[in-house]
Design a protein around this ligand. Structure first.
Ligand SMILES: C[S@@+](CC[C@H](N)C(=O)[O-])C[C@H]1O[C@@H](n2cnc3c(N)ncnc32)[C@H](O)[C@@H]1O
Length: 272
């Protein structure tokens, strides 16, 4: 597992540096630095009441959504990520925005000890779970960092979408619906997903597809109640060539393509 972890860490450290100096607009840096929000319309409408809540943002990347949650009324915000470049950029953004926030560098699986406190809301969005080999262990981490009665808000790319590749203008089923922990999918990408043309040196990354039932089952097994489970026909990145923009940074499959779910969201509450 160490190989996967260190390759993904090198890849994410490099992406964090590129994203922190993003000029494509993907990360909405200017909005956050002026006290606004980088959240998309979907998560803003679904996250629920955050005012006065202590929020932890797991796999917070360069911290822009973390700071946004504070700007939207959270009492306190903490971001956690394993990439030291991401955490360093997040702290820099917090300073420049003048926003109080705590950023912790740790592996997701070490979060309970690294954070050392419990929260009212765990926030996890867009491209987090696919980097984690063990989804049941992830669910236990979520429950462990919540106070009893605390909530999870999760919004992710749909595993069904992640099974497909676009080949010759058609969606083709390319990957199994569940990736074994010890046998991840292997990708080599020479550029990051924002449209930034600067090349990546650490191209190799390892990913896992987790079925929705494993995520839901993991959360229930960790002592969480599922409050809602929704599937959506939009995603916030250009997942396939030919996708059409149907809202600000929201993309859908083109007319004529069979519909599949592109993202899903879960609200869950820690029971005791
Ligand atoms: C696509 S980004 C998540 C984006 C996030 N929604 C945001 O607010 O920008 C994925 C993040 O997961 C982090 N990550 C990947 N594997 C991790 C692990 N094992 N432990 C902690 N963070 C990890 C990466 O460093 C990266 O910042």
């Amino acid at each position: 597992m160490e190989t996967y972890y260190s390759a993904n860490l090198a890849n994410w450290n490099e992406r964090a540096t590129l994203h922190a100096t993003d000029t494509t607009g993907s990360y909405r840096i200017a909005a956050v630095l002026s006290g606004g929000s980088s959240l998309h319309a979907l998560e803003t409408s679904e996250v629920g009441d955050i005012s006065g809540k202590d929020v932890v943002h797991l796999q917070c990347h360069i911290g822009l959504d973390t700071l946004s949650l504070k700007h939207l009324g959270a009492a306190s915000v903490t971001g956690l990520d394993f990439s030291h470049e991401a955490i360093s950029a997040a702290r820099d953004f917090a300073g420049r925005a003048g926003t109080e926030a705590r950023f912790v560098q740790a592996s997701l699986y070490d979060a309970p000890a690294a954070l050392g406190q419990a929260y009212d809301l765990v926030f996890v969005t867009w491209g987090a779970l696919n980097w984690l080999p063990d989804i049941r262990a992830w669910a236990k981490v979520v429950a462990a960092v919540l106070r009893p009665g605390g909530r999870l808000y999760l919004l992710e790319g749909h595993p069904q979408m992640n099974q497909y590749e676009m080949r010759d203008g058609r969606l083709e089923l390319a990957y199994d619906w569940r990736t074994p922990e010890a046998d991840p999918l292997v990708f080599d990408e020479t550029q990051t997903y924002t449209g930034d043309e600067r090349p990546l040196v650490n191209t190799r990354n390892y990913e896992w597809i987790h079925p929705v039932s494993d995520v839901v089952g993991g959360l229930i097994g960790a002592g969480m109640r599922i409050d809602f489970l929704r599937e959506h026909e939009i995603v916030v990145w250009h997942a396939f060539p030919g996708m059409v923009e149907v809202g600000e940074d929201q993309f859908a499959l083109p007319e004529g393509s069979p519909r599949i779910p592109l993202s899903y969201s879960i609200g869950a509450t820690r029971l005791d």
